[in-house]
Design a protein around this ligand. Structure first.
Ligand SMILES: [Zn+2]
Length: 272
């Protein structure tokens, strides 16, 4: 397979670690050019900030560390404001003037499309239309990313998601053996992401578990501070063997393929 360029579009620093890190490390190891683009610096995430630094600066530093662990060739931030999350999990009332969810879709898509064109990207990853677990910035990643691929003519668009069927099974099992923090709520996972039958790509990334864990560990500010979204903190506590099992696969949906298609590599052209 000749080297190609894959652009991974995410809402906030740390989303790449949770959803696509193994695929990024795999493609980089195969000699492809891997580019990471975030819409925001995630400045409304959890707060464990180094003295004298803003959370946005800390999180971008963490993003560069994560990207280095995964073998990324380029990291870009579109510079939108982190829209944050209301206590109910919806759109926050108070948000910055340049919040990503208030962005003009066409303008944001054009900025991303410029990168796609410049990189002659063969592939772009976005999120499913519901934005995984529903963060408004993640929903916006779907809208903006989809439009950017249209503008740039990017041939393959993959929606990064999670197959919630095995995840739920494993989490229910794990709950019997390990004590998760009290705020860990299984019901979140029952509604989120995608059911197995809708998924077109199952990418085996077990060989890249070490890099994926390093990417997660790079986002230290999100693993220790605050109390609103502890997903990353919980995931980092998962013991090694279970980690490889749970995080050994990454999942994608390619909407232009017939349902039931099962591919293993992001660049696989699929059935004709
Ligand atoms: Zn996010």
């Amino acid at each position: 397979m000749p080297p190609r360029t894959a652009v991974f579009f995410h809402a906030h620093p740390d989303d790449e670690a949770l959803l696509t890190a193994g695929t990024m490390a795999m493609l980089a190891a195969e000699g492809h050019r891997v580019v990471l683009v975030v819409a925001t610096a995630g400045e409304r995430g959890l707060a464990d900030v180094e003295p004298g630094e803003s959370l946005g600066e800390t999180r971008m530093k963490e993003l560069y560390q994560s990207a280095a662990a995964l073998g990324c060739a380029r990291v870009e931030c579109l510079g939108y404001g982190d829209s944050g999350l209301s206590p109910q999990g919806g759109v926050a009332d108070e948000r910055p003037d340049n919040a990503f969810i208030d962005a003009d879709t066409e303008k944001a898509a054009t900025a991303l499309a410029d990168i796609l064109r410049e990189e002659e990207a063969g592939l772009l990853t976005i999120y499913d239309p519901a934005g995984g677990y529903g963060h408004p910035d993640h929903v916006q990643v779907h809208r903006v990313g989809k439009r950017a691929a249209e503008i740039a003519g990017t041939p393959i668009v993959l929606e990064a998601t999670v197959n919630r069927d095995p995840l739920l099974r494993l989490l229910r099992l794990a709950k019997k053996v390990y004590s998760f923090p009290p705020e860990f709520d299984l019901r979140t996972f029952e509604r989120a992401y995608s059911a197995g039958e809708t998924i077109t790509h199952r990418v085996n990334v077990r060989r890249y578990a070490r890099q994926k864990r390093a990417a997660m560990a790079a986002h230290a500010s999100q693993a220790t501070g605050g109390d609103t979204d502890r997903t990353l903190a919980v995931m980092l506590k998962v013991p090694g063997p279970l980690f490889r099992l749970v995080f050994g696969t990454e999942w994608y949906v390619r909407r232009d393929l017939p349902p039931g298609t099962r591919l293993r590599h992001p660049f696989d052209p699929g059935p004709n």
